[in-house]
Write a protein that binds this ligand. Structure first.
Ligand SMILES: Nc1ncnc2c1ncn2[C@@H]1O[C@H](COP(=O)(O)OP(=O)(O)OP(=O)(O)O)[C@@H](O)[C@H]1O
Ligand SMILES: Nc1ncnc2c1ncn2[C@@H]1O[C@H](COP(=O)(O)OP(=O)(O)OP(=O)(O)O)[C@@H](O)[C@H]1O
Ligand SMILES: [Mg+2]
Ligand SMILES: [Mg+2]
Lengths: 257, 257
């Protein structure tokens, strides 16, 4: 039974892509057959794994608009057991097309993923920074959600709107949707603000917060420019250990699913 | 003649809101009558100035959807000479409504700003992290653009798509649209990656890059939780000086406009 995980937060720059890429690579390196789906027109998850998205004949856009079969989209990455469905700016056109197509609308991604999920143990989907139609498709197309939260004020402020939107989708369209966990990212333990935000999040969300915390680290922001996940870019650094710990925690939480 | 400036970048978390809020406050403190327009459903520019957006009767959504006159939207902020048109999650509905209204479409914001700009020296608009219909409205509603770029890989990678989109709007709809400047944000001079990105940006964009550089600083990320621009939160800190320098540079560049 394939487990489908969406990585989402409408706040920009909180570490969605960094989490999606390194978790997908972590699962693949643990021997799980994994598909990473890029649903962000910026295509950062694709380029973060060194995929030249302009050279790919079929991106997620072609599958969403029906001009190719979903089976033709996955491309192999440089990591064993990890495949990617890339995205690029073509995906912006899908926003308009999906909004005007009342039949497909929010379930377009779910309809793409169901025929192609079987060979994979995990499907990880990177969402864009918004609550628009592309993110709605992610919320309708997966059963588990990881919400990265940067330990700062604006990301904390916006969390209640995101949680309401998730509840709305769960009631209306996708009753199996659950929050697998809230992930604290870019944490700089030396700052008072980070400690205050972490305290606030643990108070409100308790066990739903992953024990693994991702600290701020330059190595993590360097890895994408080499097209590599952190485990292959710098196998011994602290960020690699943190993402391996996150991978194990995700596997443990999914065992219970 | 009112100068209208949009702060935009489809990459998330690069400092759009931080720049829009502190530039608007900087202009106001220099004695310029300034209107800050929040065009992001997250409403961070509104809350960053302590505006309780749920209590505002009219946000930018009501003006865009025509349920109130634009004159009824601006609210005074805690900074003299600075008014704000707030935004909140209601703005998400505008995305669908504008896409389905072929007449208004991309010029809805321009039609709101023209009748209300006269009393202001500057209008500063904070855009959301996307290239969708709300950002399209910002590009059609202003004449000058500031593009904050975080000194990291993903923000650098996405810049060419943004510049193409801006060129497209300039040719098709808004011939007066110009890039006032590219602003380097969250620069941590100690890291090699930041130095490499800064070098790359200066090589490609030369004079279009503001001389003022905004360094990474915790004080800047603390200010929004107090609802204050950095000049009022910590008047003597380095970030205050940097944003005052940015304000002076913007004024000098606008003199030539
Ligand atoms: N723990 C970390 N330490 C340092 N830098 C980080 C960390 N996590 C992510 N980054 C960097 O911060 C920036 C934002 O991260 P990322 O792009 O993953 O966020 P995002 O939420 O996917 O952004 P968007 O909203 O644009 O999709 C990137 O340049 C990334 O390399
Ligand atoms: N120079 C800086 N130093 C440290 N933190 C900063 C700096 N500039 C912005 N921040 C913080 O980084 C986060 C992202 O900044 P901000 O919200 O302004 O970006 P944005 O581009 O508006 O994001 P979005 O794409 O979600 O609209 C915020 O928590 C902000 O307080
Ligand atoms: Mg991303
Ligand atoms: Mg913002």
């Amino acid at each position: 039974m394939t487990i489908r995980i969406g990585v989402t937060n409408n706040k920009g720059g909180v570490g969605k892509t960094t989490t999606a890429v390194n978790l997908a690579a972590g699962l693949a390196l643990e021997g799980k057959r994994t598909l990473l789906v890029d649903m962000d027109p910026q295509g950062n998850a694709s380029s973060g794994l060194g995929i030249a998205k302009e050279e790919c004949e079929n991106s997620i856009y072609e599958a969403l608009s029906g001009t190719c079969s979903p089976h033709e989209c996955p491309v192999a990455s440089s990591v064993a057991n990890l495949w990617v469905i890339p995205a690029d700016v073509r995906l912006i056109a899908a926003e308009r097309e999906l909004l005007q197509d009342d039949a497909k609308h929010e379930r377009a991604l779910a309809e793409i993923l169901s025929p192609i999920s079987a060979p994979f143990d995990f499907v990880v989907v990177d969402a864009p920074p918004s609550l628009g139609i592309l993110t709605l498709n992610v919320l309708c197309g997966v059963e588990q959600l990881i919400i990265p939260v940067q330990s700062e004020y604006f990301p904390l402020e916006g969390l209640s709107v995101l949680l309401e939107a998730i509840e709305g989708v769960k009631e209306r369209v996708n009753p199996r949707l659950e929050i697998l966990g809230i992930l604290l990212t870019m944490v700089d333990g030396r700052t008072l603000l980070a400690r205050q935000v972490v305290e606030e999040i643990l108070k409100h969300f308790g066990d739903r917060v992953f024990r693994t915390v991702i600290s701020r680290s330059v190595r993590l922001s360097e890895a994408p420019s080499h097209g590599l996940p952190i485990m292959l870019y710098d196998p011994r650094c602290q960020s690699t250990q943190a993402h391996q710990a996150l991978t194990r925690e995700v596997l443990a939480r999914c065992d219970g699913v």
